[in-house]
Design a protein around this ligand. Structure first.
Ligand SMILES: Cc1cc2nc3c(=O)[nH]c(=O)nc-3n(C[C@H](O)[C@H](O)[C@H](O)COP(=O)(O)OP(=O)(O)OC[C@H]3O[C@@H](n4cnc5c(N)ncnc54)[C@H](O)[C@@H]3O)c2cc1C
Length: 400
């Protein structure tokens, strides 16, 4: 099949789906992205996201050069290293999260911290006409010559291949791989952001600035990062991207088992923002005052809670015209910071496999099959690394 004859439907405009769209555009393959959100900024996307070497390599491969430079420029000022602390802010030795790297080999190799909404805007740049918002997939039908997509608004669309990039509760996965829903790990993640202008100097929080901090407390851990941006990156006259304004913020994510938070079952899912705020305050009540200050300087409105799910495994299946990428196929604990990076890797590998199949005049199935073989292998490694990171973060005295 020639590249220009192929039409790919991507469901989901998260990091994985949009990166794939960019990679296909670069290779002259036609695509459409269908996203259930009503607009690109129709919902809070979360805050900071750590993009490691793998994710950066995938973005560089899929984005045009100027967009990749824009991604780099709009990331926060890199942290100068990692503090490993206990809840009284004493240095801790012997505990680490193996999926993280302490020291990059050079500055170009360092992890970057992006603001999620900004990253979505960079990934959308140049493909806006091909991304349709307010389109929630309900199901699909696969035929010998293609796939028909059915949306909840009653519309349909035909494509040669369907890529489910629709996240952890993927509709595509439920139909493509029934029985492979990710399992609840029993842990939760609460995240939010503090106002840095209130933090600096006032509460002795200097120790938490400049470096990423991992704080190990019994049965739970906090990751903290000061997110400080170069305002000129968002106003560059060379870029036609109209960025949503982002002020500097101090990001934190608190992770642990439900038991460590004193929660039972699915109770966490029904908590309102004020309840979450109270839960955070109670959990940190005996911690050092700079840590409590971070939570106290955070608006309850900025806080969110998510239960942590993880794919049990990535088993083998017969390839067809429908495949999956990112959280839709290998949802993993955020403990390792690998979910989005692996989704970006999927996007880059899949774009390349489809393009190679086109240039070999092979079928779209050949491209999908090559992608799935590669993805199962590195995806399984990422799942294992995320599991071991979760153990390292939550287990008292445990390390990975
Ligand atoms: C607190 C927290 C911190 C994290 N930090 C990091 C980090 O630092 N680094 C990292 O690599 N990972 C991190 N992760 C994991 C990361 O967020 C996910 O792995 C990543 O977002 C997965 O990308 P995706 O494109 O596969 O799916 P998603 O980002 O979930 O995107 C899926 C998209 O599909 C859309 N969609 C869903 N259903 C439908 C439908 N039926 N029809 C149409 N559209 C649909 C959704 O609206 C969404 O836009 C973190 C996760 C959490 C919770």
């Amino acid at each position: 099949m020639r590249a220009e004859a192929l039409r790919v439907a991507i469901v989901g405009a998260g990091p994985g789906g949009l990166c794939l769209a960019q990679g296909l555009k670069k290779r002259g393959i036609r695509f459409d992205v269908f996203e259930r959100d009503h607009a690109a900024n129709g919902r809070t996307q979360g805050y900071r996201i750590r993009i490691d070497h793998t994710g950066q390599k995938a973005l560089a491969a899929c984005l045009p050069k100027a967009s990749y430079a824009l991604f780099q420029h709009t990331c926060a000022t890199p942290a100068a290293g990692v503090n490993v602390l206990d809840a009284q802010l004493r240095d801790v030795s012997g505990r680490w999260v193996s999926a993280w790297r302490k020291t990059p080999s050079d500055a170009d190799d360092a992890d970057r911290c992006a603001h999620r909404q900004t990253m979505r805007e960079v990934l959308m740049h140049g493909i806006e006409p091909n991304v349709q918002f307010g389109k929630a997939l309900s199901h699909y039908e696969e035929g010998p010559d293609g796939v028909t997509l059915y949306f909840t608004d009653g519309s349909t669309r035909a494509a040669d291949a369907l890529i489910g990039a629709d996240g952890i509760h993927s509709v595509v996965r439920r139909q493509r791989l029934p029985g492979h829903d990710p399992v609840d790990t029993g842990s939760i993640c609460i995240y939010g952001k503090a106002r840095p202008e209130q933090l600096v100097g006032a509460f002795g929080t200097e120790a938490l600035h400049g470096k990423t901090s991992i704080v190990f407390a019994d049965g739970m851990s906090v990751i903290m990062d000061a997110m400080s941006f170069d305002p000129s990156a968002f106003e560059s006259s060379e870029s036609s991207v109209r960025f949503t304004r982002v002020d500097d913020y101090f990001y934190w994510a608190l992770m642990g088992t439900r038991a460590a938070f004193g929660l039972a079952g699915d109770e966490s899912l029904s908590l309102g923002r004020e309840d979450i705020n109270t839960l955070v305050g109670q959990s940190a009540a005996s911690w050092a005052s700079p840590l409590r200050a971070v939570f106290e300087c955070s608006d309850a409105g900025s806080m969110a809670i998510a239960s942590v799910h993880q794919a049990a495994s990535i088993t083998s299946w017969e390839p067809n015209r429908v495949t999956l990428l990112g959280d839709a196929v290998h949802a993993m604990s955020p403990a390792g910071g690998l979910g989005a990076n692996t989704a970006l890797q999927d996007a880059s590998v899949l774009a390349e496999c489809l393009a190679d199949a086109c240039s070999d005049e092979a079928s779209v199935l050949t491209g999908i099959s090559r992608y799935e073989v590669a993805m199962r292998s590195y995806g399984a490694n990422a799942l294992a690394a995320s599991e071991s990171s979760a153990r390292a973060l939550f287990d008292v005295g445990g390390g990975a």
